[in-house]
Design a protein around this ligand. Sequence first.
Ligand code: ARG
Length: 461
Amino acid sequence: NEGSLWGGRFASGPAPALAALSKSTDVDWRLAPYDIAGSRAHAGVLRDAGLLTTQEHEAMLHALDRLEADVRSGAFVAADSDEDVHGALERGLLERAGDELGGKLRAGRSRNDQIATMGRMYLRDHARSVASGVLSVVEALLEQAAAHPDAPMPGRTHLQHAQPVLLSHHLLAHAWPLVRDLQRLVDWDARASVSPYGSGALAGTSLGLDPNRVAADLGLESACWNSIDGTAARDVYAEFAWVAAMIGVDLSRLSEEIIFWATKEAGFVRLHDSFSTGSSIMPQKKNPDIAELARGKSGRLIGDVTGLLSTLKGLPLAYNRDLQEDKEPVFDAVDTLELLLPAVAGMVGTLTFDTERMAELAPQGFALATDVAEWLVRQGVPFRVAHELAGEAVKAAESRGVELWDLTDEEYASVSEHLTPQVREVLTTAGSLASRDSQGGTAPTAVAAQTEELHRQLTRL
Ligand code: ARG
């Protein structure tokens, strides 16, 4: 049974429909370099255990080197008869090392422990490229924040004008979740760097092979402590997929705002020509497609984690073939983010903000009413009363169709004797912003401190 890893107990080969269903080389081929690295490490412990002579070990490594070169150059590819990457690579090894030597490598390992390990290695590598993509979005946000240290904008809750905030404060509010995503990837890495290699099919090996030696060769921290868990668990994949989905959702929330900011009605921002698209019929159009694709692809990333969790939900221990479905969701998450992150970073880094318009709108819609109430509190008025009085001032302004700063001293006095002309000191955007100066607030001084802390957390990653 050419190219198959099993068959001794079967009277017939697989039906074509089974072979077609079973085949996973289209998906798992990208794990080939990791599988070969695993084979090298495994050859090492076979030699240590006296199951390969020094010469056999050397010849094995030589054959694996040639196989790897041929995989990289494309000279060796999966054949139609190969079930998966492991079977294909064993076929390639037999072709290069000969049946006798090549046939010794599979001792003491199983595709079950191999695949669980290869997936972790692949995800650890790609978690690094995803992290560097996330970092470039964070850096683009930091640069935009640094370029607009004092520019105000309308801060919103319920999408309604709430209180003025600094544009830099708002941009950093999008950076923090991404910083936490980076921290999550770092935390995750500690769990991902445990090696299932040596778990065998599910019960470990009788051949005296040192799994920690394999783990170290593969750049992993340590070997797992339970071979059933090692071959059956995919929580590390699911956790990666969740972090990927969270990154997608964080990008989507940022994107939704950029889409809104770029509308004629908001007019806060202009997209750079090289990071926006046109229309095939409407010549004037300039569309925020990157932001929309980010929003759209977050749905796909959520699908990846949900699909994977659904696959895992009813599985008994240990390995079940359902687990072959573990790879597409995490590979898709990696591919999606590796494509998306550079585009989002470029879009964010090249936004042009209309700071004048944002500053003009920032205090409108009675956004300084809280400042009036808090000013009253500082004059000794209980907050319940202050809230009521500021609300009455809003009512007076609204009925006249003006803003709070347009009310006369007499109009304020008729609302309350506490509302002396001194209240005007908080009726400016700059005064409102500067007053919110405790940790985490929107005052320029607080945002400067915040920026420093964010940089500090980035350097500690
Ligand atoms: N290709 C499988 C997977 O990706 C590994 C093969 C395990 N097959 C088996 N019959 N035990 O999960």
